[in-house]
Write a protein that binds this ligand. Structure first.
Ligand code: NAP
Length: 301
């Protein structure tokens, strides 16, 4: 039997956990075990093929978490607000309790900045607030832990904020951020940072690390995108109340998140420098755009 320690990665079939699993598997210092509700999905099969153990489990099923945690030394936890909304808190609590009750010695939870503390509760942003409440909860447990705060994924420009044709036939995207800095990250890089935390845990116990690869204004994202694509893409500020009225689930949450960022997060350069020192391969938006420009072709007529 291998004498390597084992890390349980949650969300391994998704963006954050997938990146963490890939980096750990490539590094080879740990056995990797990924938790999924569906071990037959293509993503789960790909993890198994890449060398991960894949175990069935659900944040709603405490027994499944207890059994997934058997023999585990470290845990990467990420919960998904956008699928479960308010249930995220209970799911995060179930995971945290199970980790605390297991023999695991180190828990890294992917969270987000404490909006209530920073804005004196000015903005209601449940997907941030629930995670900050989970941080408080985890801090009250015995297990050694760290938090990682992933910035706005660059990949959001391929999903939620693609360039769209405007009334005047130009192309652009927008959000309620004015022209203030919005930190971003190629989410496939997150594992490079988290791997470093698992490799030197004592350096990170009790600390929060920012997952930040760049820190640009909307206009700068648009300029970088235009340069990479060889065609003009503009950024426009969408007023908070207009964005909140778009009607998709969580539109008001996101509108408030951008407004909070604009008002209370002047920049995340310090976190970006630390993240890059932990993982020098962390991509700037410019690098990510040059590597991913082909994925944008479908957005243009
Ligand atoms: P994702 O790509 O949508 O993947 C979600 C993962 O969660 C899947 O691997 C899924 O596994 C797992 N999962 C969902 N419900 C589960 C449950 N009940 N039990 C066990 N596993 C479950 O998500 P992601 O982007 O990596 O992470 C989502 C989180 O990132 C959100 O909470 C969001 O607030 C946060 N975030 C997003 C951004 C951004 O810019 N988009 C930035 C910072 C933070 P299976 O389906 O295989 O079971």
């Amino acid at each position: 039997m291998s004498d390597k320690k084992t890390i349980l990665v949650t969300g391994g079939t998704g963006a954050q956990g997938g990146s963490v699993a890939q980096f750990l598997l490539k590094d080879g210092k740990f056995n990797v075990k990924c938790l999924t509700r569906n071990a037959d999905s293509d993503a789960a099969k790909a993890l198994a093929e890449a060398g991960s153990e894949v175990v069935k489990g659900d944040f709603d099923n405490i027994d499944s978490l207890n059994s997934a945690l058997e023999g585990v030394w470290g845990v990467f936890g990420v919960t998904n607000f956008w699928e479960h909304f308010d249930k995220e808190f209970q799911q995060g609590k179930n995971l945290s309790n199970a980790v605390n009750n297991s023999n695991a010695e180190y828990f890294i939870y992917s969270s987000l900045p404490d909006i209530d503390k920073l804005s004196k509760s000015k903005y209601d942003v449940p997907h941030f607030q629930l995670k900050a409440q989970l941080e408080d909860y985890i801090e009250g447990l015995d297990v050694k832990h760290s938090f990682v705060h992933a910035a706005f994924y660059y990949e959001n420009f391929l999903s939620y904020f693609p360039p769209q044709k405007q009334e005047d036939d130009s192309y652009g995207f927008g959000f309620p951020q004015g022209d203030t800095l919005l930190a971003g990250i190629c989410i496939e890089d997150l594992g490079g940072i988290v791997k470093e935390m698992f490799n030197s845990p004592e350096k990170y116990y009790g600390k929060t690390v920012g997952g930040v690869g760049d820190d640009l204004t909307g206009t700068e994202y648009a300029k970088t995108m235009s340069h990479a694509l060889g065609r003009e893409v503009g950024y426009s500020h969408i007023p908070q109340e207009v964005f909140a009225s778009f009607g998709f689930p969580g539109a008001d949450d996101l509108a408030n998140m951008f407004a909070f960022n604009a008002e209370f997060i002047p920049n995340r350069k310090e976190e970006m420098d630390q993240a890059r020192s932990m993982y020098p391969g962390l991509k700037t938006f410019e690098t990510w755009m040059s590597e991913n420009k082909d994925k944008f072709s479908g957005f243009f007529e």
